[in-house]
Design a protein around this ligand. Sequence first.
Ligand code: CO8
Length: 260
Amino acid sequence: MAYENVTYEVKDGVAVISVSRPKALNALNGATLSELEDAFRDAFSDDAVGVVILTGAGEKAFVAGADIGEIAELNLETGKAFALRGQALLHLIENGPKPVIAAVNGYALGGGTEIAMACHIRIASRKAKFGQPEVNLGVIPGYGGTQRLPRLVGKGIALELILGGDMLDAERACQIGLVNKVVEPESLMEEATALARKIMSKGPIAVRCALEAVNRGLQTTLDEGLRIEADMFARACSTEDKDEGTSAFLAKRKPEFKGR
Ligand code: CO8
């Protein structure tokens, strides 16, 4: 598929989706949201893809937020539709069948921090900057920031960031649990790809079941979450991959998972 604001590339089972709108520091306008949705649907439905990496094109920005020119035009009705549209894309990313790693290469502000939080794991370049600056514009996060940020970093720090609107650097983002790891800019894609490969060496159905157990479990009570875990555990136990993984361990050899 031909994209204008996104590049999409698959190499050795890893799909790399890059937001590429250099004139606006990769800000998410409506067209970019649609293209991202198409690119993620492609990656999720392609059997040759095991893991997806989301990044930003260029040196400076991952995603500098939603497009402020578009936000300027919103009113009561269109504002809600705008937020729901972005939320739907982030829901697709978070609840898709494959792990998504955000490789955050630069500014990840507003919708940029929000889309990174919808990914399952975040690796940041030392040059990355995060933040929820929406209050500086007289609005609030609309792509899940008020919900995912407190779940990741706790209510107090989330409110400090959402109400204060300040940027934070990658080190601080790592200290508070917003990102998993900080790396040198030149090794960002290498590190993200190495992590993708590590995950792809595991049983694919087990990976999918684990994602589903964590995602669904975080939305419910502990008791219900434990029931979901038991269901997902049972699902994994019904696979050939589980027979392969356990017999390989017992025979002291490397497993060869087939995703069955
Ligand atoms: N939207 C549109 N254009 C943008 C955006 C953006 N988010 N960010 C940067 N740009 C444009 C600039 O306007 C500029 O364009 P031009 O060259 O035509 O003047 C170009 O990108 C380069 O930007 P700067 O000249 O500002 O570059 P600097 O290096 O000086 O500054 C910053 C970089 C600090 C990243 C700065 O650009 C900035 O502060 N950008 C805005 C960041 C921001 O506030 N993001 C949050 C937006 S709100 C949001 O994301 C809410 C999500 C949910 C919405 C749901 C609502 C219902």
